[in-house]
Design a protein around this ligand. Structure first.
Ligand SMILES: [Zn+2]
Length: 167
Protein backbone atom coordinates (compact mmCIF):
# COMPACT_ATOMS: atom_id res chain seq x y z
CA UNK A 1 0.00 0.00 0.00
CA UNK A 2 1.28 3.44 -0.84
CA UNK A 3 1.34 6.19 1.68
CA UNK A 4 -1.71 8.16 2.59
CA UNK A 5 -3.63 9.01 -0.56
CA UNK A 6 -4.03 12.55 -1.66
CA UNK A 7 -7.67 13.23 -2.38
CA UNK A 8 -8.72 16.38 -4.14
CA UNK A 9 -11.65 17.15 -6.39
CA UNK A 10 -10.89 18.00 -10.01
CA UNK A 11 -11.99 21.54 -9.23
CA UNK A 12 -9.44 21.75 -6.45
CA UNK A 13 -6.71 20.37 -8.71
CA UNK A 14 -7.60 22.93 -11.34
CA UNK A 15 -7.11 25.63 -8.76
CA UNK A 16 -3.63 24.52 -7.75
CA UNK A 17 -2.11 23.23 -10.98
CA UNK A 18 -0.85 25.16 -13.98
CA UNK A 19 -3.14 24.68 -17.01
CA UNK A 20 -0.75 22.37 -18.87
CA UNK A 21 -0.07 20.35 -15.72
CA UNK A 22 -3.81 20.01 -15.12
CA UNK A 23 -4.42 18.78 -18.66
CA UNK A 24 -1.68 16.17 -18.40
CA UNK A 25 -2.04 15.05 -14.79
CA UNK A 26 -5.79 15.13 -14.40
CA UNK A 27 -7.06 14.74 -17.96
CA UNK A 28 -4.45 12.32 -19.31
CA UNK A 29 -3.24 14.55 -22.11
CA UNK A 30 0.20 14.10 -23.62
CA UNK A 31 2.32 17.19 -24.07
CA UNK A 32 3.95 17.92 -27.41
CA UNK A 33 7.31 16.18 -27.76
CA UNK A 34 10.35 18.40 -27.22
CA UNK A 35 8.07 21.00 -25.65
CA UNK A 36 8.52 20.24 -21.97
CA UNK A 37 10.94 21.46 -19.37
CA UNK A 38 12.75 18.21 -18.73
CA UNK A 39 13.26 16.25 -21.96
CA UNK A 40 16.73 17.81 -22.31
CA UNK A 41 17.51 18.52 -18.68
CA UNK A 42 20.31 16.71 -16.89
CA UNK A 43 20.74 18.16 -13.41
CA UNK A 44 21.22 15.92 -10.38
CA UNK A 45 18.15 15.52 -8.25
CA UNK A 46 14.78 13.91 -7.87
CA UNK A 47 11.69 14.25 -10.03
CA UNK A 48 8.50 14.38 -8.02
CA UNK A 49 4.82 14.23 -8.92
CA UNK A 50 3.86 17.74 -9.96
CA UNK A 51 0.52 17.33 -8.19
CA UNK A 52 1.37 15.76 -4.83
CA UNK A 53 5.20 15.89 -4.66
CA UNK A 54 5.69 12.13 -4.30
CA UNK A 55 9.24 11.20 -5.41
CA UNK A 56 8.98 9.33 -8.70
CA UNK A 57 12.32 9.18 -10.52
CA UNK A 58 15.94 10.02 -9.80
CA UNK A 59 18.20 11.82 -12.22
CA UNK A 60 20.49 8.76 -12.30
CA UNK A 61 17.68 6.80 -13.97
CA UNK A 62 17.08 9.46 -16.63
CA UNK A 63 18.33 8.89 -20.13
CA UNK A 64 17.75 10.26 -23.59
CA UNK A 65 15.45 8.02 -25.58
CA UNK A 66 15.21 10.56 -28.38
CA UNK A 67 11.43 10.77 -28.19
CA UNK A 68 11.16 14.31 -26.86
CA UNK A 69 9.84 13.33 -23.45
CA UNK A 70 11.79 12.68 -20.27
CA UNK A 71 12.72 8.99 -20.17
CA UNK A 72 13.62 6.94 -17.12
CA UNK A 73 14.77 3.36 -16.70
CA UNK A 74 13.58 2.76 -13.16
CA UNK A 75 11.33 4.49 -10.61
CA UNK A 76 12.35 5.60 -7.13
CA UNK A 77 9.89 3.11 -5.69
CA UNK A 78 7.46 0.84 -7.51
CA UNK A 79 4.98 1.52 -4.73
CA UNK A 80 4.73 5.14 -5.86
CA UNK A 81 3.39 4.14 -9.26
CA UNK A 82 0.32 2.34 -10.52
CA UNK A 83 -0.12 0.85 -13.97
CA UNK A 84 -3.16 0.59 -16.19
CA UNK A 85 -3.68 -0.89 -19.61
CA UNK A 86 -4.38 1.86 -22.11
CA UNK A 87 -5.90 1.06 -25.48
CA UNK A 88 -6.58 4.66 -26.49
CA UNK A 89 -4.30 4.49 -29.54
CA UNK A 90 -5.64 1.06 -30.55
CA UNK A 91 -2.40 -0.59 -29.54
CA UNK A 92 -1.92 -1.62 -25.98
CA UNK A 93 0.20 0.72 -23.95
CA UNK A 94 0.72 0.73 -20.20
CA UNK A 95 -0.26 3.95 -18.56
CA UNK A 96 1.70 5.11 -15.51
CA UNK A 97 -0.04 6.98 -12.73
CA UNK A 98 1.04 8.38 -9.40
CA UNK A 99 -0.06 5.91 -6.72
CA UNK A 100 -0.65 8.63 -4.17
CA UNK A 101 -2.86 11.10 -6.04
CA UNK A 102 -3.85 9.06 -9.10
CA UNK A 103 -2.51 11.59 -11.57
CA UNK A 104 -1.55 10.57 -15.09
CA UNK A 105 2.22 10.68 -15.64
CA UNK A 106 2.90 8.97 -18.95
CA UNK A 107 3.48 5.43 -20.21
CA UNK A 108 5.99 2.67 -19.72
CA UNK A 109 7.45 0.63 -22.58
CA UNK A 110 9.90 -2.27 -22.72
CA UNK A 111 12.39 -0.75 -25.16
CA UNK A 112 14.64 0.86 -22.56
CA UNK A 113 18.27 0.20 -21.70
CA UNK A 114 19.63 -2.85 -19.86
CA UNK A 115 19.33 -4.17 -17.24
CA UNK A 116 15.66 -3.26 -16.73
CA UNK A 117 14.81 -2.56 -20.39
CA UNK A 118 12.12 -0.30 -19.03
CA UNK A 119 11.38 2.98 -20.69
CA UNK A 120 9.23 5.27 -18.61
CA UNK A 121 8.08 7.95 -21.01
CA UNK A 122 6.85 10.73 -18.76
CA UNK A 123 5.41 14.16 -19.49
CA UNK A 124 7.51 17.06 -18.25
CA UNK A 125 4.33 18.76 -17.10
CA UNK A 126 3.63 15.83 -14.78
CA UNK A 127 6.95 16.35 -13.01
CA UNK A 128 8.65 18.84 -10.80
CA UNK A 129 12.37 18.73 -10.12
CA UNK A 130 14.11 18.96 -6.78
CA UNK A 131 17.83 19.58 -7.21
CA UNK A 132 20.21 17.47 -5.19
CA UNK A 133 21.52 19.47 -2.29
CA UNK A 134 23.88 18.87 0.59
CA UNK A 135 20.96 17.43 2.51
CA UNK A 136 17.46 17.76 1.08
CA UNK A 137 15.89 17.05 4.44
CA UNK A 138 17.34 20.22 5.95
CA UNK A 139 17.15 22.37 2.83
CA UNK A 140 13.70 23.68 3.67
CA UNK A 141 14.43 24.74 7.22
CA UNK A 142 13.87 28.41 7.76
CA UNK A 143 17.15 30.14 8.33
CA UNK A 144 19.09 27.80 6.08
CA UNK A 145 20.80 30.22 3.77
CA UNK A 146 21.47 29.42 0.17
CA UNK A 147 24.97 30.17 -0.96
CA UNK A 148 24.84 32.82 -3.61
CA UNK A 149 26.54 35.88 -4.97
CA UNK A 150 26.66 38.58 -2.34
CA UNK A 151 25.76 41.55 -4.48
CA UNK A 152 25.94 44.52 -2.20
CA UNK A 153 26.31 47.35 -4.65
CA UNK A 154 23.18 49.17 -3.58
CA UNK A 155 21.26 48.99 -6.84
CA UNK A 156 18.07 47.98 -5.12
CA UNK A 157 15.79 49.40 -7.79
CA UNK A 158 12.99 46.97 -7.10
CA UNK A 159 12.47 47.89 -3.48
CA UNK A 160 9.39 49.93 -2.83
CA UNK A 161 10.23 50.61 0.77
CA UNK A 162 8.28 53.79 1.09
CA UNK A 163 6.87 54.97 4.37
CA UNK A 164 3.95 52.83 5.28
CA UNK A 165 1.65 53.21 8.18
CA UNK A 166 -0.43 50.43 9.49
CA UNK A 167 -3.86 51.22 10.76
ZN1 LIG B 1 0.91 12.41 -7.25
Amino acid sequence: MPRKKTQKSEKEWKGVLAPEAFRVLRQGHTEQPFSGRYHDFWEDGVYVCNACRTPLFRSEAKYDHGTGWPSFSVPVDEKNLVYRDDFSLLVKRVEVRCAVCGSHLGHVFDDGPAPTFLHYCINSAALDFIPAGPDPRTARKPGAKKPGPAAEDGTGAGGKAGPKQAG
